[in-house]
Design a protein around this ligand. Sequence first.
Ligand code: IPM
Ligand code: MG
Length: 360
Amino acid sequence: MKTLLLLPGDGIGPEVSGEVERVAEWLARNVGLELAIERAPFGGASYDADGAPLTDATKARALAADAVLMGAVGGPQWAGNARHLRPEAGLLNLRSAMEVFANLRPIYCFEALAGASSLKPEIVSGLDIMIVRELTGGVYFGQPRGIETLPDGSKRGVDTQVYTTAEIERIARVAFELARQRSNKVCSAEKSNVMETGLLWREVVTDLHKREYSDVILTHMLADNAAMQIVHNPKQFDVLVTDNLFGDILSDEAAMCTGSLGMLPSAAIGAPGKPGLYEPIHGSAPDIAGKGVANPLAAILSFAMALRLSLGRIDLGDRLFAAVAAALDAGARTRDIGGTLGTREMGDAVIAALGKSQQP
Ligand code: IPM
Ligand code: MG
């Protein structure tokens, strides 16, 4: 029996992870998925209940699970918290504790949604790229950091962008391996024109490519140009590998090509055999929280990635992915993708599609 730890978190997190639970229950009842689902408080909810966004108890349970699925974290009520007590700090600490350095963000445009993008349908139809974001290093973690008061009373804020050879090499390796299973192309994005870490990034990726992956087509692109190319011609990419900060930004941008941030799942993985952390890439959307209108598909698709990558059920991951596509083909739409369905009804549509896929 495998274990999935659900961290519903804040805002729309509890609603979307509730639909994951219903899908998992359906799979358990109908096709024999053996999965124990546990829950733990996380983010702002954990701060309110226990005084910290990530408690030692939740961290221990995450490390002991086979997969962890987070709903969302953050909200205006915690924006004034000290940095280490903000919900987002809980997420960064969890990623770090789980050592999930590789964040896979598939930017996939379901055919039924090609018209929902703000870009022309021909630009996004058939879009299928994979952003590989470094997740446990770079400027979100580098020391020194902080805000200090200067003698004249003004302040100075410091963040440090730092990467080592080993950190760059292991994320590049993930990108090259993935490319070999896809269209065999890797584009590496950095700012080697102005940043030392960018220069090292390009060097290390180039070296590794030469040594072990010369069969893969490697290109380099400055990250600002990559931002432009993503809206100009996103289909030129196959695997796009980049650092933590650029990956955060470029993945939100690329997600919008597919119609809605509410559609995009992600998987954060570390060493083989260690638990993976699965997260929709959208945030907690406080403006619609509790209204039952959030799109649960990013969370459900994150669960499909967990089935494939951490729970040993590639078959059920594929089947769930196909059920989402079928639900969309049948016209199921939440508000963010131009429809009227609520969170629960979208969950129902996926479950109905799963049921149909069972019949010969
Ligand atoms: C993401 C989010 C997080 C990040 C926040 C919530 C800490 O934006 O997963 O992209 O910056 O990594
Ligand atoms: Mg982000």
